[in-house]
Design a protein around this ligand. Structure first.
Ligand code: NDP
Length: 288
């Protein structure tokens, strides 16, 4: 039987409608959540991502600022802009679009963002809080994946989830969130031996590799749920996931399409993080 293709539009639509309502409620109390996005250079994919984020903010009734800086901008100037945004009462979330040019340290930039305005959960303090289960922003892509799994009604407790990829922005936080949901978690990476043997035991398989269509039928247990985080641009200009969608379709029970599911859900969590940061700032004001 063919897998059910998860309807990303429906899921993001439902989440964003709720966020929009919550933004309106907060606005009635005098706070409009605001997101600032900094982009350095002209990378075309990054430009598209930033445009989509700003548009999503607008549609949710949030305030947004996009700071477009030239590729030659100094690290000092970027850090000074972040400091200004840290102080701005209009801004509750700050995001610096990666990749950054080589002469700018990603670590320094991430650490310069105020912990309470870190919209991506990249700041080491927030990463630490995530690890020990304390309140803070959600890592956008992994939290989006959990939201998708919950939306389709998957009971994660006791399930074997295999994550392919161990990056700081996707693979590792994905594993932490799955663990928090009481799944049994295995992480595969480029040095994993006999990967298909491991992935084909997964009830839930999450691919975050960055290699177009690498995951095929032989990697997937019949009936598994397959979540494709990958976004890879092919020579033809088309986008492809890390999963060979057509090859896996008859083996999986559910599968996410690329584009149109994990990507938009990632932006949705970014909005939610900004909204939550704004709510926390209002609470802090009220409590003095
Ligand atoms: P990274 O390149 O940082 O990490 C890739 C991971 O995949 C690494 O851990 C690497 O292992 C592992 N890997 C590479 N080759 C293999 C292999 N042959 N077998 C097993 N594991 C392998 O990528 P990201 O985590 O940043 O992104 C992954 C994908 O997700 C990309 O396509 C990216 O575009 C996409 N993405 C999508 C987002 C969305 O919103 N949908 C958001 C962020 C990313 P090792 O550590 O050993 O090198």
């Amino acid at each position: 039987m063919s897998a059910q293709v998860i309807n990303g539009k429906e899921i993001t639509g439902a989440y964003r409608a709720q966020i929009k309502e919550d933004v309106a409620k907060l606005a009635q109390q005098g706070v409009q959540p605001g997101l600032a996005v900094i982009i350095v250079g002209e990378d075309p994919a990054s430009q598209v991502y930033v445009r989509n984020k700003a548009k999503a903010c607008e549609e949710a009734g949030m305030y947004s600022e996009v700071h477009r800086l030239e590729a030659g901008v100094s690290e000092k100037e970027v850090l000074a802009l972040i400091e200004k945004l840290n102080q701005s009462p209009k801004i509750h979330g700050i995001l610096v679009q990666s990749p950054l040019p080589k002469h700018i340290s990603e670590d320094k930039v991430v650490e310069a963002i105020a912990v309470e305005k870190d919209a991506d959960c990249f700041h080491p303090v927030n990463v630490g809080n995530l690890m020990i289960g304390k309140e803070g922003p959600a890592p956008c892509t992994p939290a989006g994946v959990i939201a998708i799994l919950k939306h389709i009604g998957v009971e994660l407790a006791g399930k074997h989830a295999v994550v392919i990829g161990r990056s700081n922005i996707v693979g590792k936080p994905m594993a932490i969130l799955l663990l928090r949901e009481h799944a049994t978690v295995t992480i595969c990476h480029s040095k994993t031996a006999n990967m298909a043997e491991i992935t084909s035991q997964a009830d839930i398989l999450i691919a975050a590799v960055g290699k177009p269509r690498m995951i095929r039928k032989e990697h997937v247990k019949p009936g598994a749920i397959v979540i494709d985080v990958g976004i890879n641009r092919l020579d033809t200009g088309k986008l492809a996931g890390d999963v060979d969608f057509d090859d896996v379709l008859d083996t999986a029970s559910y599968i996410t399409p690329v584009p149109g599911c994990v990507g938009p859900m990632t932006i949705t969590i970014l909005l939610k993080n900004t909204l939550d940061a704004a709510s926390r700032s209002l609470k802090a004001q009220v409590n003095g």
